[in-house]
Ligand binder design. Structure first.
Ligand SMILES: [Zn+2]
Length: 324
């Protein structure tokens, strides 16, 4: 590869609770190489960082170069990712990562390229804004509906990070004194719409005698938890409890998203995440209907679009940390 073309290639790493997705991305946002490894389930940040480095090396190899040739490598990380210092703290979905770890420094040592870290949901939102479903807009909210509910913000064409913790749309309060949220507070949108909160509620109601096939389907398909696919099958079967809990999630999402729209008046909402991508089109009508109940200016609601970059969106967005 000639050096001028090589110089434009960036690396991206999407660090998730179950998988590490890496990509080599060119200046036009095209993926030139990729690799996916499982996230270690034991050990600590050092082990996770080594698995990330291995996956990044593999993606670089598949693009025909070494990681040292990359302009830079961006990381979309869960937990509290400090863009200025490259330190990631309290990434509680990852093994032994309750404290702080200098992830950028460690990866730079392993991979021989500059490394920047950012919030996983924020970088995925930036990818949709630059290259995906949000391309035609300049102000948008990304809502990633999955295990939890994460958010990202683009205001006037630029990422809005606040003091580093902006975009936590999942913890907009939709009901004062309401259901307990995984964050420990009460009444957050995520307490009703997050996949893990929905699973906990399904389990509770099932144990109280409520009939449902959700857990039967989970075992049949050998899933460790109620995945978005399990929820979809249950809905297809007309499972009453699944319908009720999805409806409850949509009510919470509609309320929380509309409240955020009342504050920011964005042109668009981009709906991503495992549940968001799977159910976005199917539940678009009830979701926008629920939003319209709470929109202060309801004659021109924001466009609601399903994220379009799929599984690689996080890694592509991470690579964009070197294009800002
Ligand atoms: Zn919360």
């Amino acid at each position: 590869m000639n050096p001028a073309r090589k110089a434009a290639l960036r690396g991206g790493i999407d660090l998730g609770g179950t998988k590490i997705q890496t990509a080599v991305v060119d200046a036009r946002g095209e993926v030139r190489g990729e690799a996916r490894h499982p996230t270690p389930t034991s050990g600590g940040p050092e082990d996770v960082a080594e698995a990330m480095a291995a996956a990044m090396r593999e993606a670089a190899e598949s693009a025909g170069l070494a990681t040292e040739d990359l302009v830079g490598i961006g990381v979309g990380s869960p937990g509290d990712a400090d863009e200025k210092t490259g330190v990631v703290s309290a990434a509680k979905n990852l093994p032994g990562w309750e404290g702080s770890f200098p992830l950028a420094k460690k990866l730079k040592g392993e991979l021989g390229a500059e490394v920047k870290v950012g919030n996983d949901v924020q970088v995925a939102t930036e990818a949709e804004f630059e290259l995906g479903a949000g391309r035609e807009f300049s102000t948008l909210i990304g809502v990633f509906w999955g295990t939890g509910v994460g958010g990202g913000l683009i205001i006037d064409g630029k990422p809005w990070l606040g003091r580093g913790a902006a975009g936590e749309i999942g913890h907009m309060v939709v009901k004062r004194g309401g259901a307990k949220c995984p964050c420990g507070r009460k009444g957050c949108m995520e307490a009703y719409a997050g996949r893990s909160a929905m699973e906990a509620e399904a389990r509770r109601q099932h144990e109280e005698g409520q009939k449902t096939d959700l857990f039967k389907l989970m075992r049949k398909h050998e899933k460790p938890r109620l995945t978005s696919g399990v929820w979809e099958r249950a809905l297809d079967h007309g499972d009453h409890l699944a319908e009720k809990l999805i409806e409850r999630a949509i009510e919470a999402l509609g309320t929380g998203i509309a409240s955020a729209c009342n504050l920011l008046d964005p042109e668009a909402v981009i709906l991503g995440g495992g549940l968001g991508v799977r159910f976005g089109e199917r539940l678009m009508e009830p979701l926008t209907k629920e939003m319209s109940k709470h929109l202060f200016v309801d004659e021109r609601p924001p466009a609601v679009r399903v994220a379009s970059l799929g599984d690689l969106g996080g890694a592509i967005g991470a690579s964009l940390l070197f294009a800002r």
